[in-house]
Design a protein around this ligand. Structure first.
Ligand code: URA
Length: 479
């Protein structure tokens, strides 16, 4: 049995298993073991110290509840590579449950600062891994292809990030090899095993050539910002990115290519179909969402239909519980005929993913259904729809609300918020607050993702993005 001052050595089988760490931490708390007495070890630490059976320590304190904030922080910090992470987390937990319940709000506290910095570093690593894993195709005899990727994360994040790849590449058989751990997906189950070496991952293949070709085609020389690119795609990842070998040449060619683009004749976007204006539609009597979508394709309620390629109607399940309402489609949406598929849409998807919402379960639409723009050379510059254009489009949004009957609504940006809450609504003061609408629907507004993309300072952008995610997370809190 250990005395009140003895060192307690806790051995974890898996240094990144949150449930295991939480269980041990609970037992230590119940036994009243102060953080200075605990020495944390992992199976991988090869040492001769005897370890304590923590579960058998006498209970001296009742169980306490821990703020939810701490649990999510701890889950991320546990993925950090620093061996002091277990001790740091237990110290925070001890302090939170021993007279400092508001500790996490003290941003200048050393422990809190360190935990937040480690959390941020893990988040960034997660983001980079999602963006920079590249699979290569491997064929064994006549069996189906397997896709294998090699990646070197900074932290222990493979288990945390693997579900993202399962969702994204559910139909493929793939393996992600890293020095610490490997993840394997066979189309049905996800399995983890020991780390691998670089040599075990295949090198170069037809896919790689395709990827290079694709990257060259999407590379826009007029938007080249070398510094921003290096910070987004740090050079340490370049060695595993097939497209990276192209970057120096693309940078060299950027200026002449940009000049050539400016001098080139403007290309007119694909012309919309010019069917004759339909007879006035009684939107309210159309039965199904499909019917309304078809009617909207021929809308002539305002002039925006003329230059636009097509109507961009909402999409998602007709019985979705949640509806997201944006402002108006942009260039990408106009060409594809789908809402939120351009850069703002990608940021929105990322935020939804962070809070564990599957976009496919949501109904996503816009206040105005046509792209409004001003041609400038080769480009089409976004222009805000006027109040009368917004009013002309109102019937379509009403029809979507009436058919989908969402229980909860999120307005993205001021235009959608005014449509739902009236023009008095002040977005920056009233964002992130639930309101009750007609038929008992709950709704709140937050900023538009393209507002985040426009912020010039990276730090401001990161902060504004976190705030945006926090607002959206209202959707997953108990209501
Ligand atoms: N911005 C919007 O408001 N909606 C879209 O669909 C795309 C960008």
């Amino acid at each position: 049995m250990s005395g009140a001052h003895d060192l307690v050595a806790v051995r974890l089988h898996d240094g990144v298993d949150f449930d295991e760490w939480r269980q041990r931490a609970r037992e230590l708390l119940r036994a009243g073991v102060a953080p200075e007495r605990v020495s944390w070890r992992c199976d991988a630490d090869d040492d001769l110290f005897a370890t304590t059976d923590v579960a058998s320590l006498p209970t001296v304190a009742a169980g306490t509840t821990v703020p939810r904030d701490f649990l999510s922080l701890a889950e991320r910090v546990l993925a950090h590579r620093d061996a002091r992470r277990h001790a740091l987390l237990y110290r925070l937990l001890w302090r939170l449950t021993h007279g400092e319940p508001q500790l996490l709000r003290i941003v200048t506290d050393d422990d809190v600062m360190r935990a937040r910095a480690w959390e941020k570093s893990v988040r960034r690593d997660l983001h980079k891994m999602k963006a920079f894993v590249r699979f290569r195709e491997v064929r064994y005899d006549d069996r189906a292809s397997v896709f294998v990727a090699w990646f070197e994360p900074e932290h222990f994040i493979v288990e945390r990030v693997a579900p993202f790849f399962v969702r994204r590449f559910a139909g493929m058989h793939w393996s992600i090899l890293t020095p610490d751990r490997a993840a394997h997906w066979d189309g049905e189950s996800l399995r983890f095993d020991a780390g691998a070496s670089r040599e075990q991952a295949p090198d170069g293949d037809a896919l790689e050539a395709l990827w290079r070709q694709y990257y060259t085609s999407i590379f826009n020389p007029a938007r080249l910002k070398v510094k921003a690119m290096k910070s987004e795609m740090p050079m340490k990842y370049w060695k595993n990115l097939p497209e990276a070998s192209l970057i120096p040449q693309l940078i060299r060619e950027a200026q002449p290519r940009a000049q050539a683009m400016v001098q080139a004749a403007p290309t007119t976007p694909r012309k919309r179909m010019t069917t004759p204006a339909p007879p006035a539609q009684d939107v309210a009597t159309a039965d199904s969402l499909q019917q309304i979508r078809r009617q909207a394709q021929d809308c002539r309620q305002c002039e925006l239909y003329r230059p636009a390629t097509q109507t961009v109607f909402g999409e998602g399940p007709a019985d979705a519980e949640i509806m997201l309402i944006g402002e108006q489609p942009g260039d990408h949406e106009d060409l594809a005929g789908r809402p939120f598929i351009g850069p703002a849409g990608r940021l929105l998807n990322q935020a939804l993913e962070e809070i564990g919402l599957d976009r496919k379960q949501l109904y996503v639409t816009n206040t105005v259904k046509h792209f409004k723009f001003e041609p400038q050379g080769k480009f089409r510059l976004h222009k805000r729809a006027s109040a009368s254009e917004q009013g002309a489009c109102r019937a379509w949004l009403e029809a979507e609300l009436a058919r989908v009957q969402p229980r909860r609504i999120v307005c993205l940006g001021g235009m959608a918020a005014s449509a739902m809450f009236g023009s008095e609504f002040r977005l920056l003061q009233e964002r992130g607050q639930w309101r009750t609408l007609a038929e008992g629907r709950q709704a709140f507004a937050t900023v538009h993702p393209s507002y985040l993309l426009r912020l010039p300072d990276e730090r401001d952008r990161e902060q504004a993005y976190r705030h945006f995610v926090r607002d959206l997370s209202l959707l997953v809190q108990n209501r």
